[in-house]
Design a protein around this ligand. Sequence first.
Ligand code: HEC
Length: 354
Amino acid sequence: MNPKITIRRFAVFSFAAFAAFSVFAAVSCTPLTSMWKSTQGNRASAEKSVPQSVSSERPLVSNAFAYARYVAINLSDTPRKDEWTEADIKSVFQKAAQQSGIPESEALKFYSMQVPSQAEGRTNQRIGKFRQQVRACMSDSKGWSHGACCRALAGPAALIPEPSEAQTLESSGSESRFRVQGMKAWLSVCHSVTSGQPATLADFRKFHDYQSVQPDGWTKKLHARSRAKRGPRRLYRSAEGDIAVAETLVPEDCSVLETEVIVRRPDGALNFWVYDARGQPVDTSHFPPADVPAGGGPKTVEKPSPDSCMGCHYDLKTRQFNVQFPSADELKLPSTKDLPVLCRQTGESLAEDN
Ligand code: HEC
């Protein structure tokens, strides 16, 4: 595609998305039912990748709205618990862009950069591409920080369609639609920054020494047959219950493959962080594959974080990402009764997983 046209098209959307926020909000205040209709496609594709549950629990908002609200929560300095409207969300995006100090034309230049991505699957490709756009922003001679680039690019990622989608969007006339794929990519690259994830697991442990379990402090439990991981997993929880740490264990030697962290924010939403075996922050986590082919196959697959977390740790009705301990039954995760009990330390509490 001619880059000039691309930029102009982005500029048009940018005008719609930013310059005329209030007008835009007024025309885009669609009733929930029609919004639901317009994003059914997104919902279906999101549901393919992660187990979902209880179809009778019809959600109150669309998947796209739920993601947009979560991105806005990520960008908000002050916690709020009341209802969010589409206009609230868009004004958070607009404010974040202003706070970043990056002029809109610059942000759009980075966002419209055409970068090839070799990753497998649509979500991973989108993440790979967005990561390079954020890198381009950060390596600009003006020295923009990661946080500033994330603030400036949240609106574009959430609202501007991929060039390949533009045709459909224009013909459907629903410019206000939030873009689930763009927001998933934004979350992979930006959630750890905007949520203040400590730089390493060692840093996290300086604040939260979860392994030194005490009667009135952290608690510890072994899920020897975790249904989320289809294998052993050790869970720690803070005394207040608002921080949880989950170590995925390697069945062969019980070493820690990765450490997942959930921190409840003051507004009730959750932050999802992952560290690899060396304690470095990563944006993927290991899960059992959906189907293991008859001849065998990989024992685990890596899925993007926080997107994969959000596929299970959410309220089925309100679609808020605030469920710290999801029900494996409600998520219809396969039983793990056939697995052996591994990795139990002397006297360690054992959870009922089946
Ligand atoms: C397939 C669904 C699923 C996905 C995806 C998932 N979880 Fe979970 N999570 C669960 C279930 C179910 C539990 C309850 C314990 C168990 O079965 O292992 C849980 C428990 C936890 C706990 C312990 C909570 C507590 O209060 O004790 C943490 C921490 C956690 N998950 C973090 C994450 C993070 C971070 C991600 C993303 C990288 C993630 N989870 C992705 C289903 C999931």
